[in-house]
Each structure stands twice: as C-alpha cells, then as structure tokens.
Design a protein around this ligand. Sequence first.
Ligand code: SAM
Ligand code: SF4
Length: 336
Amino acid sequence: MSPALSDSPQLIDRFGRKITYVRFSVTDRCDLRCVYCMAEDMTFVPREQLLTLEELARLGQAFVALGVHKIRITGGEPLVRRNVVWLFEQLGQLPGLRDLTLTTNGTQLARHARALKAAGVTRINISLDTLDPERFRRLTRLGDIRKVLAGIEAALEAGFERIKLNAVILRNRNHDEVLALTHFAHERGMDISFIEEMPLGVIGDHDRAEAYYSSDQILADLQQALKLVPVADNTGGPSRYYRRTDGTGRVGFISPHSHNFCDTCNRVRVTAEGRLLLCLGQEHSMDLRRILRGYPTEPARLREALLQSMDLKPQGHEFQLAAQPVIFRHMSVTGG
Ligand code: SAM
Ligand code: SF4
C-alpha cells in the first residue's frame, strides 16, 4: 500500500473494529428461487432504483480509498446483471484492493469465468446445496443442476484457485449429503463451507426452526468418516475452518446461531438500491444512493458519509429462530 493511502482516514467503528471488507449486492434479481432465500413469487426493485454500475464503481473507489481491501460482489445473482463484467474490470484496477471476490449460484459461470479472471477476480464462491438433479430443482424451485456443474468446471479451467462451494444445510432436505458434497469439492481441489440457515425474509415455504441443522451436527456427521482438525486460518470472513489430516481440503462452517461472530466483524454491506447496511442482522443503515446521485462530482461528500456511518454500526446481531420479528429483508436484497 502506498504511504498516501495508509495515512488517509480509515473506517473504524465505535467498538474499535476496522472495516476492511465490503459486500456489494449488484442486483436483487435471480434466475433461481432457493426455498430458504426467496419466495416463489418475488417483487423486485424497479430498475431505476438500483445503483448503476457506474455508481457502484465510484462507491468501490471511495471504500478502497478509506482502507477497504476486499470487495465481494453478490446479489441476488450478480451474473444476471447486464454488463456486470465491466464493474469487475473497474474494481479490478483499484490500487489498494487486494481481494475482488464473487458469490454466485454458478448458472452463468460457463460463459463468464474467463472474463472474470481477466478482470482481476481473485476468488469465487459457488453455491451448491445438493448433487442430486431432482433435489436441486426442488431446492431452487426451477434450477437445472447441469448449468451449475458446467459453471464449476469453467471456473476450474479458467484457473481460479481456492474456489469454495457454499452449501446451506436443512434438516430432512439435504443434511444427508454433507459427506458427498465434501468429497465432490475436495476431489476437485475446492474448499467447502456449510451455512446454517438465517431467518432473513418471510419465505412461506418451510418452518425455519424445524429445518435448522447446526454446524456442530454437520461436523459430527463428517467426523464419522473424515479426520478433521481446526485451523487458525482467517480468510476475513465468519467461517471457522477445519482441514483434513490427509491434506485434501478444508471444510468451513458459517454459524450465525451457534457461534456468534460479531466481535471480529470487519464488514459492511451495500444493497442493490444503495443502502449501506452496517450489520447483517440489524436494520441500521444509510442511504448512499442519495449521496451518489445528489453529488456525482463531489467524492468528498461520499467519503464523509462513509466515515460518519461508522457511528451507526451496532455491536452485534440478534438472530433467534423462533422469536419474532425476523429481519424482513431477504438474503437476496441484503447480499449474502
Ligand atoms: N445468488 C448467489 C448465490 O446463491 O451464491 C449470491 C447471493 S446468495 C443470497 C449468497 C449466499 O447466501 C448463498 O450461498 C445462499 O445459499 C446463501 N443464503 C441465502 N439465503 C440464506 C438464508 N436464509 N440463510 C443462510 N444462507 C442463505
Ligand atoms: Fe438466487 Fe442465490 Fe438466493 Fe438462490 S441463494 S435464490 S441463487 S440469490
């Protein structure tokens, strides 16, 4: 990092946590309807209310100037946004940005993987909850698993390293597949993380408390077949990692219920409409679109707003499975 950058103001909240990681949701739309994420019939944000790609590029520049060194692009499904590769190209050129990452359902990766690699994307997370085509269709309501498998192959061929699979595990839906998914990932040189379902948005499809399958339970299931030891690796995310003693790969656990990760939180999120969310599980936010649109030629305004937003970041989230109210945003709006 250049001396000029390290001397500039940084994003530090009231609890002394330094924000170095931002996630941008670039669209709330998606070509799938995963049962834990979306309702079957969704109303999406009108297009003119979404941040433009140019606004997102400006925002990325402002965050990086304030010490952010990792940006993850997510959604909705980021690769359904038209011309989104242009945004990756802009962000990929920002001096000071070390990690430009993508979370995708993989359906469009076959056509975009090479361009993303060329744009400077450093790592990709691909979501896949099952290896069974029929189950995949039921879990995503309309998905074709072959597209995702082709996307995974394309990402591997494009030369991405440390690709990670993300699997949300639900009791009686796919909890019996944790070992098969782990083998599938490790045989291809990928890592895998298992995610506990978070109560985001009303989806009307299943009872969340009933479907809950804890990370500890998944770990116990895996340990029946695999030797796993905890590792201290910190990828700047909330995953706790284990590695296989035979050296073939890692398994991560993202566990908002059973293991609180707020103390070391280093991140904020921006919704597709430009709302800065200071915490995944709380509503504290700031409208950045107003500033981006109101003062397009005054980057100092945006920088000031980002610095001020640090006073709004709450100490932690308060997810509870059975208790009301849940957070009414869907994950596709928040940017998972
Ligand atoms: N469409 C992309 C994808 O599926 O990877 C990116 C957005 S998606 C919202 C990001 C991640 O959030 C996915 O791995 C998805 O499985 C996960 N997710 C969605 N809803 C969730 C929920 N209610 N609880 C936990 N994880 C969830
Ligand atoms: Fe779409 Fe990703 Fe949500 Fe599934 S998890 S509906 S792929 S945004």
